[in-house]
Design a binder for this molecule. Structure first.
Ligand SMILES: [Mn+2]
Length: 517
């Protein structure tokens, strides 16, 4: 008997990205679209391959939305089969909200815990509401919750157990897992190697994945077999460049060869992201930076027709459902890279934000800067140097590449290193500011040819004489604590430190996938 099912993952319901209620609503809307699609297509069941929720603790509003949508599916007779992802699982014996929904009868939550030293999937137990597999419509669905680094080993063992006790021929067999897979957007770091999946590959028809927010599919042999729909909304700005995504609508007919076909159903109302990358090396002044940014922003298509990522200029294909809807106001990300030739404090972030709001009708404007290129381009041989020498070289390179500090690079390196030591020693911030002020005055005096009148200090380091003409002058009138009196630290000054990865934030047991950039 032919049937269809919908495969979705990484909904991240409850995520209030950038602290904006509109983004919370966006993630709710994406979930509502999945449920709407399941109802509209009259699917036999809905698969959720982990990270339904953004967090393991839920606010009442988020639970309400989940319960309301699952009840709509239950009323329509559409079962939901789910597993827990890394975002929503709890530690120890605490009941998770996914388990709560499971015990409320709103979904089947599958897992294969270790049983007597093995990993044999157990059949669904209707009263306990636990099991490693369940038979729904014409399918047998297995599932394993997120297991991080041990996923590969566990999947391999489960594959062997299933091979020894295979599903009946007439059933379409599916395995739900929340994991990255070798060679698919894993950047050389994956929880499951392809060989870990070979036993499952032989016994099962369809591997339903979640975890990586980019959609992909692959074969591992004859015909397509593993499928990952990606997250319907843009969980991290990095995801925008990968184009449309949503859920997979799978049509199954066991009498045919191949027995199924999977069609991507793109979420049509995803909020657009625009990314503008501006090199600071080309900007001699803050005014020039504003000019360049204005040119870049004006070159972006008007919001109503904007459909590209802004970075590569390649237009995305527009799905028919999209035509009737007005485009949402975009999230605009402005990334400043390279080496600043002026104080970052002189960059008028408010003016940049207004510019983006005016021309692009932006919902959110994010301005991020990165000095990483300065570090990457410096010729430091990290293997050949002891740590303290290497540290000094890093400081010197950073300082020498900045016009404001370059002329007195050696002295400023001393200040930076002393400053670092004070921070490590837990010196109160007021004392650190006073010490930095004292050293800057010393530099100024030396530059002016005066005899240094330094007070004694335990953080004093050897002075390098009086050849420091420029630095003191450039510090004139700068209050302590401003950007331009602060020595570079070699770290990118992310004001809003979102961790952009395709997978989600670091979990407590360091089972994180690598960031995209
Ligand atoms: Mn996720």
């Amino acid at each position: 008997m032919p049937f269809t099912f919908l495969h979705a993952a990484d909904v991240h319901l409850g995520y209030q990205q950038y602290g904006r209620i509109e983004r919370y609503d966006d993630f709710s809307e994406a979930f509502e679209w999945i449920v709407h699609t399941a109802l509209e297509e009259r699917v036999a069941f809905l698969l959720l391959a982990g990270d339904l929720f953004e967090k393991r603790s839920l606010d009442p509003q988020t639970l309400l939305i989940a319960v309301r949508e699952f009840e709509r599916l239950r009323e329509a007779g559409i079962p939901v089969v789910a597993i827990e992802g890394n975002h929503e699982r709890t530690y120890g014996d605490n009941l998770s909200w996914m388990e709560y929904l499971n015990h409320s009868g709103l979904l089947y939550l599958l897992d294969c815990p270790r049983q007597g030293g093995g990993w044999r999937p157990l059949p669904w137990h209707a009263t306990e509401r636990t099991g490693g597999y369940v038979d729904v419509a014409g399918a047998r669905i297995y599932g394993l919750r997120y297991r991080g680094a041990e996923t590969g080993t566990v999947l391999s063992a489960i594959g062997d157990a299933i091979a020894a006790d295979p599903p009946p021929d007439g059933l379409f067999s599916i395995f739900l897992a929340h994991t990255s897979v070798e060679n698919y957007y894993d950047r050389g770091h994956s929880f499951a190697r392809q060989q870990d999946l070979s036993a499952l590959r032989r016994s099962l028809d369809y591997l339903a994945l979640g975890h990586v927010h980019v959609p992909y599919r692959g074969s591992l042999g004859d015909g397509e077999w593993l499928f990952n729909p990606g997250s319907p909304e843009t969980w991290s700005s990095e995801e925008w460049q990968f184009g449309n995504k949503g859920a997979l609508l799978v049509s199954v007919d066991k009498t045919q060869k191949p027995s199924f076909s999977a069609v991507a159903r793109d979420y049509p109302n995803r909020r657009p992201f625009i990314r503008i990358v501006q090199e600071l090396d080309a900007c001699p002044s803050p005014a020039r930076l504003m000019e360049l940014l204005e040119l870049r922003i004006r070159r972006e298509p008007a919001p109503a027709t904007n459909l590209d990522s802004g970075s590569d200029g390649s237009p995305e294909t527009r799905s028919p459902e999209c035509e009737s809807r007005p485009q949402k106001a975009p999230v605009v990300e402005i990334i400043l890279t390279g080496v600043a030739r002026f104080s970052r404090a002189d960059i008028d972030k408010e003016a940049i934000e207004q510019l983006a709001r005016r021309h692009l009708d932006a919902l959110v404007v994010r301005i991020r800067s990165s000095l990483q290129e300065a570090l990457a381009s410096s010729a430091i041989d990290g293997d050949q140097q002891p740590r303290d020498v290497l540290e000094r070289l890093v400081f010197e390179n950073l300082i020498a590449s900045d016009d404001r500090f370059a002329a007195a690079a050696s002295d400023n390196t001393q200040i930076a290193m002393a400053l670092k030591q004070m921070v490590l020693d837990g010196v109160p911030s007021g004392d650190i500011a006073a010490e930095v002020g004292r050293r800057i005055r010393m530099q100024r005096n030396q530059a002016a040819g005066d005899v240094p009148t330094a007070e004694p200090s335990e953080y004093r380091v050897d002075s390098h004489g009086g050849e420091n003409q420029e630095t003191a002058a450039s510090q004139e009138g700068s209050p302590a604590g401003r950007d331009d009196t602060r020595p570079p630290t070699g770290r990118a000054p992310h004001a809003d430190a979102e961790q952009d990865t395709l997978f989600g934030p670091a979990s407590a047991d360091s089972e994180t996938a690598p960031p995209l950039d």
